[in-house]
Design a protein around this ligand. Sequence first.
Ligand code: MG
Length: 341
Amino acid sequence: MNLRFQPYTLELKHAFGLAASTRTTTPAMLVEVEVDGVIGYGEAAMPPYLGESQATAAVFLERARDFLAGCADPFQLEEIIPAIDALALGNPAAKAAIDIALHDWIGKRLGVAWHRLWGLDPAKAPVTSFTIGIDTAEMVRKKTLEASIYKILKVKLGRDAESDRMMIRTIREVTDQPITIDANQGWKNRDDACRMIEWCAARQVLLIEQPMPKAQVDDTAWLRARSPLPLIADESVQRLADIKQAHGVFDGVNIKLMKCTGLREAHRMILLARALDLKVMLGCMTETSCAISAAAQLSPLVDWADLDGAVLIKNDCFEGVLIVEGRLTLPAWPGIGVRKR
Ligand code: MG
């Protein structure tokens, strides 16, 4: 099995403001697996705050390349993916790039898209939210107007109460589209968080993602008992084994390929979350249509999709899932459903 990779820098259309940072690019790594003349595509997208970089990914992918060179049968995911995971701790995005490329290869080799292999109905792919980062009132207004095809807006909050209220008020001046809120751990005081959620609940907000720091488990459980809106874990849940910790603390989990090492684990996380009666959101980083289309293959299984990563960038080097009238529309192409531009 032949693994190739090259660095790629995703250029954002707008500066992207979060509770603790603002950026204009995202480092990524494009990966290809080639066996018997069939190429599977994968991608690692690595926002800097998560600790991976093109340099760390290159080191990991070199090790993986040596390991994969000795693997004859890419269909043996149950052997290969745990072995890749065991090559080094961490590196979830680099691991996801390999997992995505292997899934793409298998689907292409079989001539079948993964949503079909999983038995899913593509007509049940959900609408995706569109993210509005923290910004000035003028820019928030502009971004909101640009997002009119989306049925749900995801709003980044968590800097301070004044800025948070300004963001929501500004959006509500322009549209009454439903909103989801991502505080990115920005609310540190549970009484303040509770007041903010009550204020939001009166403004057509559907849910709150990661209101408090992940270390504040007891405060989050306290908040959940009082919150009129469902609380969804993002930073608090990375991988399969973390799902059980969300049970009783959150109402749902946000699963992302770049956190959880790829499609194989993401699929299991969805099934475990369902068994524990947790809601499921499928999220992303800023990513090309490669990783977004891979995640979209799972989207008929989830309650909410937040798969706008490819429309936030201006140099998407893949075509794949389309967003039509705000809804994810899966191509019939095999594998993860992508073509290189
Ligand atoms: Mg989030």
